[in-house]
Design a binder for this molecule. Structure first.
Ligand code: ACO
Length: 369
């Protein structure tokens, strides 16, 4: 049996949702360049593309907006559950716990678009509601008339956001809405392949996204910038880390062996917010120094900034608290996971790989009388 540790370059399904070309630095969503969608389309339009398969016309877009608006309100059982969660539980653990108990949790196979929209729409409200409670602030209910992104920022701060902030966050969340068969998406597809419900698949994916090698990096990028402190310290701090064999958070990618196309677009978005992010100049200096030092310490490994490096700049500038970086990423990726679960269900076969057994072999079994 051939061994594929890490399943690199192993295809597990045909998929029409997204395509990442790591050599060329390309990302395509259902036939469109993700970078162009991020800069030219609204978040809801891209959500429609990912979940329904097409960009919406005006009527479809209005209908989607109305459905999201209706679905994003928490019921009293959910608000009571959020209030009762242990304070020390992480926001991702809280989201996983609350989603797993949504009334849709017992939904039968096969998964549906309605279930997908329900989970997707409620997640940001859960995150914002718990965040406000953790800050000893009154939760802010969703506000009708705001877009999905505006409403998220509104529920966090209690203020209707600056349109530039909403546009920047929308670009980030579009760029992260789906990404081929990454670890969390694979986890979702594995669970769905057992004919478990869509919420179980999403909760499994949340677990996979928690790890720092996957979705947990952007807040660690902020930690790196804090540690570096000022541009003149970048060389010293980064060299020290690389000499000690540490990894630089926000650099390198399993698929992209050139610039992560999402990072390139986000860098543009982050730079357009100049003056609103106090750490932008430091980010630019750290990126330049890190790319040069990574090439020096890890020649030929092609290590460049990944989406999370520039995500940290955008999230910081628009006022998303550091503790919510990964949960915010998660809220958008739920759409991608659901699209993959629906696609898996259309042509399902139980995903059941094997391991190459390297354990011992017992003596011949005793003969039974
Ligand atoms: N800093 C320093 N060295 C690195 C980094 C990094 N960020 N990334 C990879 N390397 C080095 C490895 O040490 C290894 O060196 P070696 O050949 O001397 O052993 C070499 O590059 C190849 O590394 P792998 O671990 O084989 O690469 P892999 O494809 O498995 O790693 C990963 C991808 C996990 C993202 C890695 O680059 C990393 O740990 N980055 C930091 C964490 C991060 O930014 N995660 C967010 C990813 S984006 C996302 O999930 C949305």
């Amino acid at each position: 049996m051939e061994l594929h540790i890490g399943l690199e370059n192993i295809a597990i399904a045909n998929s029409a949702i997204s395509y990442a070309n790591g050599e060329k630095g390309e990302l395509i969503y259902r036939g469109y360049w993700a970078g162009e969608l991020a800069l030219d389309k609204s978040y809801e339009e891209v959500l429609h593309l990912i979940l329904f398969g097409t960009l919406p016309d005006a009527a479809e877009l209005a209908q989607l907006r109305a459905r999201l608006e209706a679905l994003r309100v928490l019921d009293s059982a959910t608000t009571a559950m959020i209030a009762a969660l242990p304070a020390q539980a992480s926001d991702m653990a809280a989201l996983r716990a609350v989603l797993s108990c949504q009334p849709i949790a017992g939904a039968d196979w096969p998964p549906t678009l309605d279930q997908a929209l329900a989970i997707f729409a409620i997640a940001p409200t859960v995150i914002a509601h718990r965040y406000r409670l953790s800050q000893k602030l009154a939760p802010v209910a969703p506000r009708a008339g705001l877009s999905h992104i505006e409403n998220y920022l509104y529920m966090l701060s209690g203020k209707v956001p600056d349109p530039d902030f909403a546009r920047a966050l929308s670009a980030y969340l579009i760029l992260c809405i789906d990404h081929d068969t990454n670890a969390s998406t694979f986890a979702a597809r594995v669970v769905a392949s057992t004919q478990a419900d869509i919420v179980s698949a999403v909760c499994a994916a949340i677990g996979a996204l928690i790890g720092p090698l996957h979705g947990g990096a952007p807040s660690k990028v902020d930690d790196l910038l804090d540690e570096i402190g000022s541009a003149d310290q970048a060389q010293r701090v980064i060299s020290g880390k690389l000499e000690r064999g540490e990894r630089l958070m926000g650099f390198g990618h399993r698929v992209y062996k050139t610039w992560d196309p999402r990072a390139a677009v986000l860098k543009k978005v982050a730079t357009s917010l100049h003056g609103k992010d106090p750490l932008l100049d430091l980010s630019l200096a750290v990126e330049k120094t890190a790319v040069a030092l990574l090439e020096q310490h890890k020649p030929g490994r092609n290590l460049y900034p990944n989406v999370e490096f520039w995500a940290a700049a955008v999230l910081r500038a628009v006022g998303v608290p550091k503790t919510l970086y990964t949960p915010t990423f998660c809220c958008t990726r739920i759409a991608g996971w659901c699209a993959h679960v629906l696609e898996q269900a259309q042509n399902n076969r139980l995903i059941r790989p094997k391991a190459v057994y390297i354990g011992g072999r017992p003596a011949a079994p005793a003969q039974l009388d």
